[in-house]
Design a protein around this ligand. Structure first.
Ligand SMILES: [Fe+2]
Length: 419
């Protein structure tokens, strides 16, 4: 799996100036040719990409149009209750036939020439197949079954749906790794999920910067006023970092404290605002989950397509949809559990205000990612420094004062792209 792909390496010159991953070349955030190789190697081969939560399409015929990398796909609930993921690309002339983001359909009909497809992607009929008045029509050799929509591999794991263009992709659990499965299953523990709502934003930055952001436990207690001041995430907390053996996925796991001053982590930190008080503590406190007694935050990156966020009582998936090397769409799906009380649902919705494009915390992330893009693309021969925590290339860590997870991602990146 993920063997180097011959054409990806033809004539490839590594932009990395030295072995290892403590230096990241600025060029990888803006190079178009490299971007196309990334799409092929990460989004279209060898990986499971996030497409939906099952609760978004509860009924037969319900569909959601989304993207894997830069390719449009449709996730649809079939009549038998199973989920199909289909290319949103008519087999006739290649039109993206479905423009609606959500809906319910009995068949999909391409608007261009009215080719109609069943919910499993089978071509059901084409107009004028037998000609008109003895004229034209499809040749005898034309068979409907030769022109079905391309169906992707699909895996539903306790309510979250992943898909892959790659027939030979490894089993999902193996892809995620035994190391990361326990905390993944802490969130997706088999309880039925409920959909709470969406945020969407377009960030003018390379998609990898978003993966890095959630592999970077260094910044939250420095950049985010809310995290450092109220103790939701900072370096004086009990925490742990986990990484899969390949280096691509990771989990940042932490248990909150009550914040306030601790010179080691607050002295000179301009985002620490000791006088800030919250009128309503339900915005940041935590209660009621079956997991408490354990960590209060688990932030997961599933490479390349999604971040799974659990911070106090708020839960979201954050889908990464690249749009060329210099920007990506970031789609937040906030969710809860079907057995939540109305009070818990209200609490989750309230805490969703921490996140999303204008979130009290994640507003900052979108902004600094744009700062990174703006200057790295202007200085393509420069490089970034990822030295914190040592000279490893991505290892588990019993603390968060390290950039090891970013180094792990670039180990995998270099290996997979042959750079
Ligand atoms: Fe952040």
């Amino acid at each position: 799996m993920n063997q180097p792909i011959e054409w990806l390496h033809r004539g490839a010159q590594s932009p990395f100036s030295q072995p290892g991953t403590q230096r990241i070349p600025n060029a990888i955030y803006s190079d178009q040719a490299l971007h196309e190789r990334e799409l092929e190697a990460f989004f279209y081969r060898g990986h499971w990409c996030y497409v939906a939560l099952e609760c978004e399409i509860p009924n037969a015929g319900d569909f959601k149009a989304t993207m894997i990398g830069e390719r449009p796909v449709i996730v649809v609930r079939d009549r038998d209750g199973s989920i199909n993921v289909l290319e949103n690309r008519c087999a006739h002339r290649g039109a993206k036939f479905c423009q609606k983001e959500f809906g319910n359909a009995k068949v999909f009909v391409c608007p261009y020439h009215q080719w109609g497809y069943r919910l499993n992607g089978e071509l059901a009929g084409v107009p004028m197949k037998n000609g008109v008045g003895g004229n034209g029509g499809m040749p005898d050799s034309f068979k409907l079954e030769d022109h079905n929509l391309q169906r992707l591999k699909c895996h539903v794991h306790n309510g979250i749906v992943f898909a892959s263009f790659d027939e030979n992709v490894e089993p999902f659990e193996q892809f995620l790794s035994a190391e990361l499965l326990p905390y993944f299953n802490r969130t997706f523990d088999g309880r039925k999920l409920t959909l709470l709502g969406y945020n969407r934003q377009r960030i003018r930055g390379n998609w990898k910067l978003m993966q890095e952001n959630i592999k970077d436990p260094y910044h939250p207690g420095l950049l985010h006023v809310f995290f450092v001041t109220f103790g939701l995430w900072r370096a004086d907390q009990k925490s742990e970092l986990r990484i899969d053996p390949r280096g691509r996925h990771a989990q940042m796991i932490s248990t909150r404290n009550s914040g306030g001053e601790n010179k080691e982590v607050t002295a000179g930190v301009t985002s620490f605002k000791q006088s800030l008080k919250l009128e309503d503590p339900r915005l940041i406190d935590v209660e009621g989950e079956p997991w408490w007694g354990g960590p209060t935050a688990v932030m997961q990156t599933v490479f390349p397509s999604v971040i799974i966020q659990q911070q106090v009582n708020s839960l979201s998936t954050r889908q990464i949809i690249p749009r060329g090397p210099a920007e990506f769409d970031f789609v937040w799906t906030h969710f809860g559990f079907a057995d939540d009380t109305p009070e818990m649902t209200e609490r989750r919705l309230k805490q969703a205000n921490l996140f999303g494009p204008a979130g009290l915390v994640s507003l900052d992330d979108g902004e600094v990612i744009e700062y990174c893009q703006s200057a790295t693309s202007a200085y393509p021969s420069g490089e970034c420094v990822v030295d914190l925590g040592g000279v490893d290339n991505g290892v588990n860590s019993p603390h968060m004062v390290t950039e090891t997870l970013i180094r792990g991602m670039y180990r995998y990146y270099r290996e997979t792209l042959g750079l």
